[in-house]
Structures are given as C-alpha cells and as structure tokens.
Design a protein around this ligand. Structure first.
Ligand code: NAP
Length: 337
C-alpha cells in the first residue's frame, strides 16, 4: 500500500518534491495539498488525480486520508505544522529549518519525546548524496585515522538581491553545520565568523564571502568558506584530514574531457543540479522507513542542533567574537540516531 502524503506549501521546493513523489519514486502518492496561495495549490492539484485542496495546514493534517505530512512552507511556519502533525500522531517530513528559533525547536523535541517515538525527519539532504556518503564511509572505516581538521567550501554562482550575510549562515552554511555533525559524529561547541575582503560582485553592504570556523566537542576545527557570488557555478567542496590520511569529496558526477593539453568538466549550475540524486534518495528512504515503522534520517535533535549553531553563527557575525554553542541534554529518543 502506498504512503498517502499531504503537502503544506507548494512553492518552489514543494512542487519539486511533489514531482519526485509522483513521478520518480515508488511507494508514495500525494493526496492533499495546501498553500497560503490557494490558487497556486489548486493549480498544483490539477496535475494530481484525486488530490484534495485544503484551506489550511491544520485542515490538511486533520484529513484522515493523509497518512504523512510534508512541510515545505516558509521556515517560520514550520513549528506550527510540525507540532500539529505530532499531535495528530502523523509522520512529518519538514524541509530545513526544523524551526527558526531554539525555543521552537525545543517545543518540537518536547512534543516528540512525549509522543514516545520518532515522528519527525528534517530535510538535510546532503546525508543522502553519494559523494558525501562515500566520504562518511571512509571516516567511519578508520582508514584515515582520527579526524583533525576539515576544510569545506560552499559556493553559489549568485543569490537574490534580498540575500543577507545572516541568510548565508542560516540558509547556506546550515548544510555544512549538519554535514560536520554527521560526518564526524560530534557536536559543534563554538562558532567564529571571519570576514575576508568583500567581493566586488556582492550587493552594496553585503559581506561576501564569509569564513565560518566551527569547533567540535572532540577538538576538530572546521573551516567553511561560504561565497555566494562566485559567478562560475555551484561548487561544494570538502576535505577531512585525519591522523593517517585524508579524504576529499569527489567532484560532482559527469564526464571529464581531456583535449589539447586541457582538462574540462561540468560545474553544476545550482544546488538542484548538484543534489538532485540526494533529494531522490532522501525521499525514497523516508517513504520506505515510514511505511515500516518510523524515520531513520535527520531527527528533531539534528534540526535543533543546526538551529542553535546557526544562532551562534549569527551572533558571531554581529559581535566579531567566538560564540559558544550550548545544547540541552540529548533525550534518549535521539541517542541511537
Ligand atoms: P517558496 O518558493 O517561497 O515556497 C513556500 C510556499 O509556502 C509558498 O507557496 C508560500 O506561499 C507558502 N506558504 C507560506 N506560508 C504558508 C503557510 N503558513 N501555510 C501554507 N503555505 C505557506 O520557498 P521554497 O524555496 O520552496 O522553500 C520552502 C522551504 O524549503 C524553506 O524552509 C526552505 O529553507 C526550504 N528549502 C530547503 C532546501 C534544501 O536544500 N534542503 C532548498 C530550498 C528550500 P506565498 O508565496 O504566498 O508566501
């Protein structure tokens, strides 16, 4: 039997996930949609035979035909819908962020712990990318020894005019925060944001690039260069130096052409191209897991930790100082994850 999914927020990524669930993956179908723009919701539903358009997210969650909920609305609305899904006892996949404040994330954790089982998965899709998974397998195998230093880069060709340095932390570097925690199986305990020379391509007053220094509990230092006006494409890099060797994130898949003494290959145009496979695997694994019990991917705890680290990053951006990250005690529900 397929997993019947209701989608809250059918903007850019909501529509892409609906396409994925409907045409690419197996075992799920979209049976209901809603959006603050109901005309947009109706247009999307026109391509989904039998799907219901609901007037609000709460109405969709209450619909008995909806077995699981996908939240792809604007970040500040996530808390309300995730809490409502937990209250209804329904599985919920929420795009990042889990919620936009530490307190909101804690309310979600408290509700899920009270429910006594995992109901929430957060959309940190890099954990499903084949290249990141290959890197994680090398670290876990012990082949490079104990990790010491991580170098990472997150480069976008360009960003919309309204993008700010705070958004670089919350919407861009948040992925590097999650991959750091996941690759190293370690919590981040401090953040320092450094401000290099400003790119002439950045909008006036916009500090771009940033270098974000993360410190982990076991003492690993992680430097993340975030540059969002590089013009040449979308470029995600990573290297972990261990005591006995190093592992690098391979360049994105694609042909490498060597002619006339030169090497050429494709640079992805944006994050959709670079992580398309990761999104597909992420959702197929979520559907498969939910159909047999519960989610196994990024948890409310992971969403909470990412938000708290990004808050410290935003504080460091403003203060120019090293900011400590203080997490609450980890509930047992998340200890095996
Ligand atoms: P978007 O294009 O603006 O879509 C959001 C949609 O939700 C819009 O249709 C919006 O309607 C609707 N909406 C807003 N408030 C709502 C509410 N209270 N109830 C129902 N619908 C509501 O944004 P997006 O780029 O798809 O991003 C959506 C989420 O996905 C964000 O949290 C974002 O961070 C996340 N995201 C994650 C990744 C990733 O790499 N994992 C990539 C992209 C986006 P209006 O336009 O009328 O406001």
């Amino acid at each position: 039997m397929s997993l019947d999914v209701g989608v809250i927020g059918v903007g850019m990524i909501g529509q892409d996930h609906i396409r994925r669930l409907t045409h690419v993956l197996s075992g799920a179908r979209v049976v209901a949609v809603t959006d603050s723009d109901l005309d947009r919701a109706r247009t999307v539903a026109d391509d989904l035979p039998g799907a219901t358009v609901h007037g609000s997210g709460q109405e969709l969650i209450d619909d008995p035909a909806v077995a699981a909920v996908l939240v792809t609305s604007w970040g500040p609305t996530h808390e309300e819908y995730v809490l409502a899904a937990i209250a209804a006892g329904k599985q919920v996949f929420v795009e990042k962020p889990l919620a936009t404040t530490r307190e909101a994330c804690e309310r979600i954790i408290d509700a899920e712990v009270a429910a006594g089982r995992r109901l929430v998965q957060v959309g940190f899709m890099r954990r499903y990318d084949p290249q990141y998974r290959a890197m994680k397998a090398v670290v876990t195998s012990g082949e490079i020894g104990v990790p010491l230093v991580v170098h990472a880069a997150h480069r976008n060709a360009s960003v919309p005019d309204h993008y700010t340095a705070d958004m670089v932390i919350n919407d861009t570097v948040v992925h590097d925060v999650d991959t750091t925690r996941w690759l190293l199986d370690d919590e981040i305990v401090a953040v320092t944001v450094l401000k290099p020379r400003v790119s002439g391509r950045a909008a006036p007053g916009f500090q771009d690039p940033l270098v974000v220094l993360l410190e982990t509990a076991s003492g690993v230092l992680v430097d993340v260069e975030a540059s969002v006006n590089v013009a040449y494409g979308y470029d995600i890099r990573g290297e972990i130096l261990g005591e006995q060797g190093t592992v690098e994130l391979s360049e994105s898949a694609g042909a490498v052409v060597k002619t006339a003494g030169r090497v050429a290959g494709r640079v992805p145009v944006d994050w959709r191209e670079r992580f398309e496979r990761a999104f597909d695997v992420e959702f197929q694994e979520w559907v498969n897991a939910v159909r047999v019990g519960g989610p196994t991917g990024p948890s409310s705890w992971d969403g909470y930790a990412a938000t708290v680290v990004c808050d410290a990053g935003a504080a460091s951006l403003a203060s120019g100082s090293r900011e400590a990250v203080v997490l609450r005690d980890k509930p047992d529900l998340y200890k095996d994850a």
